[in-house]
Ligand binder design. Structure first.
Ligand code: PLP
Length: 354
C-alpha cells in the first residue's frame, strides 16, 4: 500500500467549548491528503497540519464540478473507546460516486488507514458531551489543470475533521419545510444518487428562498412536482396508520446510510416499513384525514430530524401538532445509543478505531 507519512503540527489549536460546537464550524489540527495520477497510481499520501490546498486554477473541480464527498462520524464512547459508525458503507458509496463522476476512488486500505491515522492524530478533538461527535468529511476532486471537457487524469483525495454538536441550532425541535415546485435538486439520469457537490450547488437557491420565507428546509419533489424525493440534505420518512413509507430509490434520490439504518432497525422491530413512491398529494390527503402521524428526515448530521409543518401551495399543514412524535424519538434514541455505546450493537454498525 501507498505509505502514509505523518507530519504533526507544531501549533496545536485550542479546543472549542464542547457545548458550543454547532455544525462544521471548527476544524481539527490535521488533515489527510493523497494524490492520484493516471499511469502513476496513488502517491504522496500524508497526514499533515490542516492548511489550504494549492491547486492549478485550471483544475477540473473549478470548471466542470468534478467534486464528490462523504459524511460520516466517529464517537468517543463512555468507556473511552473511539468508534466509527458504518465506515465501510461510506467507502462503498464513495466508490459508486467516483465512478459516476469519472474520478478515481482511493483503494479501501488507503481510505481506512488514512482515516484511522488522521483520527488518531486528532484524537483529543473528539468531543464526548451529549449529542456531540467528530464529523468526518472525505472528499475527492478532479485536480488536473486543463480546459478541454473530459475526465481529469488526476484526483486528490482528502479527509478533514470537524467536532460537532447538534445539527440544528433549535435542537431536535421539528422543522418547518417548504414543498418546492420551481427548483429541482436532481433529475433522472443526473447526479442525485451520488454525493456530488453539484447537487448542493443546485439546491442552494431554493433553500435560501425557503429560509427567507421562514422554512428551515426544502421538501424536494421529482420532475413532475409530485413524487417526494428528499428533505433538504436528508432522506424522508412518513409514519402512517398502517405503514411507514420512505421514497423508493429511483435514481435521483441519495441512498443515505441513516436511511438504511432506520429501515434495518424498523424491520428488526417488525414495523411495517415500505419503500415506495409517495406523492405530495397523498401526503396532504393523509394529513387531512389524520392518517399521517409523523414525518422526519434522516441523515448523518442530525440522525433524525422531525418535520412539524409542510408548506404546500400556499398553506401550512401541521404534522403531529408540530411536536416530535414517539417513533421519531424512539429511532433517534436507538441509533444514538448504539453510536454512544450505551446500547448493544446488534446490527454490526460500529467499527473500533483500535
Ligand atoms: C448525505 C445525504 C443524505 C443522507 O445520507 P447519510 O448517509 O444518511 O448521511 C441524504 N440526502 C442527500 C442529498 C445527501 O447528500
Amino acid at each position: 500500500m501507498t505509505k502514509i507519512n505523518t507530519t504533526l503540527t507544531k501549533n496545536p489549536k485550542n479546543l472549542p467549548p464542547s457545548d458550543k460546537l454547532g455544525f462544521g464550524q471548527y476544524f481539527t489540527d490535521h488533515m489527510f491528503v493523497a494524490k492520484y495520477r493516471e499511469g502513476q497510481g496513488w502517491y504522496d499520501a500524508e497526514i499533515l497540519p490542516y492548511s489550504p490546498l494549492a491547486l492549478d486554477p485550471a483544475a477540473s473541480v473549478f470548471h466542470y464540478g468534478q467534486a464528490l464527498f462523504e459524511g460520516m462520524k466517529a464517537f468517543r464512547q463512555d468507556s473511552g473507546e473511539i468508534v466509527f459508525f458504518r465506515p465501510e458503507f461510506n467507502y462503498d458509496r464513495l466508490c459508486e460516486g467516483a465512478a459516476r463522476l469519472c474520478l478515481e476512488a482511493p483503494p479501501k486500505e488507503l481510505f481506512m488507514e488514512g482515516l484511522k491515522k488522521l483520527v488518531e492524530a486528532d484524537e483529543r478533538w473528539i468531543p464526548n458531551g451529549p449529542n456531540t461527535s467528530l464529523y468526518i468529511r472525505p472528499t475527492l476532486i478532479g485536480s488536473e489543470g486543463f480546459l478541454g471537457v473530459r475526465p481529469s487524469h488526476e484526483t486528490i483525495f482528502f479527509i478533514i475533521l470537524s467536532p460537532v454538536g447538534s445539527y440544528y441550532a433549535e435542537g431536535a425541535k421539528p422543522v418547518r419545510i417548504w414543498a418546492e415546485e420551481t427548483y429541482l435538486r436532481a433529475a433522472p439520469g443526473g447526479l442525485g444518487a451520488v454525493k456530488a457537490g453539484a447537487n448542493y450547488a443546485s439546491s442552494l437557491k431554493a433553500a435560501l428562498a425557503a429560509r427567507q420565507k421562514g422554512y428551515a428546509q426544502v421538501l424536494w419533489l421529482d420532475v413532475e412536482h409530485q413524487g417526494i424525493e428528499e428533505v433538504g440534505t436528508m432522506n424522508v420518512f412518513f409514519v402512517m396508520d398502517k405503514e411507514i413509507v420512505t421514497p423508493a430509490l429511483n435514481g435521483s434520490i441519495l441512498a443515505g446510510g441513516t436511511r438504511g439504518s432506520v429501515i434495518q432497525y424498523l424491520k428488526s422491530k417488525n414495523l411495517p416499513i415500505v419503500e415506495r413512491k409517495i406523492t405530495i398529494t397523498e401526503v396532504i390527503e393523509k394529513i387531512k384525514s389524520g392518517e399521517l402521524k409523523e414525518a422526519f428526515g434522516t441523515g448523518t448530521a442530525a440522525v433524525v430530524s422531525p418535520i412539524g409543518v409542510i408548506h404546500y401551495q400556499g398553506k401550512d399543514w401541521d404534522i403531529n401538532k408540530g411536536e416530535t412524535g414517539p417513533l421519531s424519538t424512539q429511532i433517534f434514541t436507538e441509533i444514538t445509543s448504539i453510536q454512544r455505546g450505551t446500547k448493544a450493537d446488534p446490527f454490526n454498525w460500529i467499527t473500533k478505531l483500535k
